[in-house]
Each structure stands twice: as C-alpha cells, then as structure tokens.
Design a protein around this ligand. Structure first.
Ligand SMILES: [Zn+2]
Ligand SMILES: [Zn+2]
Length: 322
C-alpha cells in the first residue's frame, strides 16, 4: 500500500530539482511540479512507469502554493479527473490563482517597503513577478491538520508558507508510514522563511515550531525517520532538522551582531550586510529572512523594534539598547 516512487520533475526553482511522488496503489500524486511541457512529460512518464494509468490518479496533494510544486496540479487533475487538495491557508493560490496573485504582489510590495527596501528596488521586484501559466480559477478541496485522503494524513507545517502541509501515508502495519515534507525540510538548501510567504507572522518561530512538531512525530514513529522532500531525494529527518536549527541559531547571532555594531538598521540594511547585493526574487528572500530573525530577536527582548510592518509609514528599524 505504501510503495512510493519519486519523479525528478525538473529544475523548477532556486532550491534545485523538484521531486514529485506517486503512490500507485492509492492513486495519489504529491506535488506534481512546475508548469510547462518538459515537466509534464517527465511527470506523465514517471507516473506510467509505476504501473499507474493516468486516468487512475484520483487525488493530487500539494504541500504548498509555490508554483514549482502546484504548477502542474490543475493540468494533472483535469487530465485524470482527479481531486486537487491543498491546506486551507494555501488553497486560494490555486483555487483563485489570478486574484490571489494580485493580492500577493501588493502585499509583497508593502512588506518590502516596510522592511526598508528602496522604492526602485521594490518596483523592479514587482515588475519581475510574472504570472505563471495557471488557470485563473480551479476547484480545490481544502485540508486542515489531521484530515485524511485515501489513508494519507495532513500535518499542517506552517513557516515556509502559511498553509504548508506535510503528508503521511499510513500503511497496513503499525508504524509503517511514509512522510512527504515538501519544502519544510530540504536535504541541501535551507528553506527560506520570511520572504517565501509574506503572510506568515513570526516566520522564524513558526517554522521552528514546525520542525519540533515533525521531529516529535518522527521520534514517535520510527518509519518516518526518513522523509521525502519537495526537492532532491530522501533525507534523514532528525539529523537534518538539527542542522537547519543550528543554521538558524548561527544566523540569528549574526543578525544580532550586525544590529549591535551598526544599528539602528532596517531588515533590508541587515540583509545587505549579511548577503551582499541582491536582485529579483533574492530581494524578497533576503529581506524576509533578515526580518524574520529580527522579529524573533525583538520577541526575545534582545533588540528593540521601532515602527511596524504595515508599510504605511516609515520602514521598521531595529536597535540594541543604548
Ligand atoms: Zn516552496
Ligand atoms: Zn520548492
């Protein structure tokens, strides 16, 4: 029941090759991949190689709204007459793609301004944010934590996006489970938090909570110690989570040192000190990452925040006590 196959769909994003997964006995596909004919051809031949006919795909589960994961979902569902599922907080990005995208671009621009990104840079990010070849609207079934689709359970894993979900396929045997983690845990790249979905408040703390939740679940069931990520091949969950948490602890200290030495600073100023020159999508990722660490430091009482992230007034700035 739990046999799963990975398909190397394509080089869809910053994070490297996208992985789609097929559970042929359940008729389930997880994260079909980015839009486009190349990825589609790989997906279709990958599904058929497992012995599953395209028309027997019944459920398409998508871990989060990013187009390199959700892009092919409407096409696959249309072709196989399958149902498309996303966590309720990410569902609108496919169900109502055109409207949700417009809202997102506006929200991203406001956030970038609040993080201190200069106007011309915000404008260039907005201009470079092109629509993907997705239907304006497509029917989506919303999931919440604990929901099950043909024996595959949803775990809400917010952080990278607000409605990010991991999926656990429970087998017939006790402790037999296969875990798909999307971009919540990746083998080589540290998933971006802060810039990858500007709706997530307290992005770093939210993401750290997700990692603890996944680690506890892995500890409770030895079979989910191996996880299947949205990019690349399987990984060992506990050790990889430790590495990612350590990476963030080190980065938090670097952000703190930067504010201590040079503050008061906006998130954008911190990002340019840490990451150097940025353009395109990296502006959002870099500024968002710095903002997430600064806001965690402020919540811990280690730095002070002046202003807010509404984008209506002056950019938010952070300083250590004089
Ligand atoms: Zn993603
Ligand atoms: Zn991704």
């Amino acid at each position: 029941m739990n046999e799963s196959h990975r398909i190397d769909v394509s080089r869809g994003s910053l994070e490297g090759t996208n992985s789609a997964y097929v559970l042929p006995k359940r008729g389930v596909v997880v994260d079909p991949g980015p839009p486009g004919d190349d990825a589609w051809d790989r997906l279709v031949s990958g599904i058929e190689e497992t012995g599953l006919e395209l028309r027997d795909v019944s459920s398409v589960l998508v871990t989060h709204w990013h187009v390199d994961h959700a892009g092919l979902a409407p096409r696959l569902c249309e072709t196989s007459d399958a149902t498309l599922y996303l966590h309720e907080s990410d569902a609108a990005f496919v169900a109502d793609y055109a409207a949700a995208r417009r809202e997102r671009v506006d929200r991203d621009a406001r956030k970038l301004a609040a993080w201190g990104v200069p106007n011309e840079t915000v404008e260039s990010v907005v201009a470079g944010d092109r629509p993907s070849p997705m239907p304006d609207e497509y029917p989506v079934e919303s999931l919440v934590d604990g929901d099950t689709v043909v024996g595959v359970e949803t775990i809400h894993t917010p952080g990278h996006t607000l409605g990010h979900a991991a999926f656990v396929a429970h087998g017939d045997e006790r402790n037999d489970a296969t875990l798909f983690v999307g971009d919540a845990v990746l083998p080589t790249y540290t998933p971006n938090v802060g810039g990858s979905d500007t709706r997530v408040a307290d992005a770093l703390e939210t993401y750290q909570g997700t990692l603890s939740n996944l680690r506890e679940r892995a500890a409770a069931s030895r079979q989910t110690e191996t996880a299947h990520p949205g990019h690349g091949a399987e990984l060992s969950l506990g050790p990889r989570i430790d590495e990612i948490l350590t990476h963030h602890e080190i980065r938090t200290e670097r952000v703190y040192d930067c504010v201590e030495k040079r503050g008061p600073l906006t998130p954008w100023q911190v990002a340019t000190h840490l990451f150097g020159e940025m353009c395109g999508i990296h502006v959002k990722m870099g500024a968002g990452e710095a903002a997430a660490h600064l806001s965690a430091l402020a919540a811990a009482g280690r730095v002070e925040r002046v202003g807010d992230e509404s984008g209506d007034d002056e950019p938010v700035v952070y300083a250590t006590d004089p």
